[in-house]
Design a protein around this ligand. Sequence first.
Ligand code: DSN
Length: 478
Amino acid sequence: MTDSLISSAYTQALEVIGAVEPRIADATRQELADQRGSLKLIASENYASPAVLLTMGTWFSDKYAEGTVGHRFYAGCQNVDTVESLAAEHARELFGAPYAYVQPHSGIDANLVAFWSILANRVESPYLQKMQAKNVNELTEADWETLRGELGNQRLLGMSLDAGGHLTHGFRPNISGKMFHQQQYGTDPETGLLDYDAVAAKAREFKPLVLVAGYSAYPRRVNFAKMREIADEVGAVLMVDMAHFAGLVAGKVFTGEEDPVPFAHITTTTTHKSLRGPRGGMVLAQEEFAADVDRGCPMVLGGPLSHVMAAKAVAFAEARQSSFQAYAQQIADNAQSLADGFLKRDARLVTGGTDNHLVLLDVSGFGLTGRQAESALLDAGVVTNRNSIPADPNGAWYTSGIRLGTPALTTRGFGHDEFDTVAELIVDVLSNTEAGTTKAGGPSKASYALADGVADRTKAASGELLDKHPLYPGLVLG
Ligand code: DSN
């Protein structure tokens, strides 16, 4: 697609939108300017291609298509069938999966589909059929108690949030911690690394129905063959949430025992992180779970977003090109450069480094909470998110960490030198930020003071990098 075609497509689209609600057209233009002008280091974000973005803005948005390909609850779904079949076919080929379900709207939805499928597949319960037809958000504590009892009090073991797991991996307040009795595994307190023997010991003792592997803030690779061995030993289903690193699997950076798809009974993902597709979710499964996963909609999901499924197909087609493998390798190389950049400047990283797409910077050495660090960095045009570190004394709200990922800036063309400079800029900002005090004069976990001039010099330095690697270089809005 030529630059002028993309420019004119967006210019004209914004004119059409602006004629109805100019403030939305303005906000859309501003969002592009903001994304172009800041260092985006949020590990779960990326920049989708114009082809993926354009695919989402069509009349497929107007079609209801509950059900599955060839088996819909609405008439007139022949073109949605084409779209969904193509997206699933690309996904199966890309990941070598026997079965792909491309309807989930998000990662949480994909995980919910996986949980209900595992229960439906492994537990005989007429009550489950009844519950599957209900809106889970309306269930009370008493309903959950009854549900857990009716399902034989099934158990789930997942990685804890502060060790890098996700809310949906059995965090007690999340639905995953309500439908199952849950326990969590952490990481080694000394090394911060996953301790497979400790996971196995916990699994032997707890005997979960579901063992969840995968993470959203763990800066290391996981051996999924070992996780499967543990699951098999205790008769558990292995579910892997690869949302963060799906792009590294698709791009063949994670192969062999680091590729979850051959080892997991069910693999879930989002499609918009390192995979660089539209915002959405997906479930990959071994054949034995296919029929249960297929009932995701309408059992636990609303009608599929056909325009997003179309964009998933386009993104997966992109990820099947050899250039995506080079991109994925560069994501991992860049994370290494970023980690090295911090370590040589004496900053502390959880686990001492990275071998995936993210680093977790412990900001307590700068005398800051994650919240203070996140805010000071944002003032300097560096977009990150605060994150708990293992056994975090500041909890999940203020935190002691900053999570930084390389997928987005790698899309812009950043390489080793640029990421070394990014580490230098971040260390400069944090070294020049002081924690504030509360009104009562005690230490504050939120307020901070960034020294004069630091934000300006950071923006000037990052501006040079961003100008060298423009976002959507040929896109000029008229
Ligand atoms: N929100 C995603 C992330 O940032 O990791 C996970 O849900």
